[in-house]
Design a protein around this ligand. Sequence first.
Ligand code: 5GP
Ligand code: ZN
Length: 114
Amino acid sequence: MSECLFCKIVARTIPAALVYEDDLVVAFDDINPQAPTHTLVIPRKHVTSIAELQDSDIELLGRLMLTGNKIAKLKGITDAGYRFVVNTGAHGGQSVFHLHLHVLGGRHLAWPPG
Ligand code: 5GP
Ligand code: ZN
């Protein structure tokens, strides 16, 4: 997916503030943070949204969530609490069509979402 923004971040052809990476996922800080901690965890492979995941992606899905926990530890927000968000499709408010897990924290987050 040569035109995909997040594939370009994975390929290092555009810069990002990398926080963590391994064989399946890459994590970097959001360019427009909505909270003191706002990091995105994405699969290295191009997946348009979480709706596209297959049963065979169970390890990838687990890695995304567990990496979110790792990011929370790295950012020191585990005890205070944090939120994972996966916006999906038009009604879900997705704006970048490469699957990403938002890890948000560092302040009290309102609920319900808008
Ligand atoms: P979505 O709205 O699809 O759930 O989230 C997309 C997120 O990607 C937004 O929070 C937006 O700020 C972030 N974003 C968009 N472009 C870039 C970029 O070039 N670099 C980084 N680090 N984040 C980006
Ligand atoms: Zn992509």
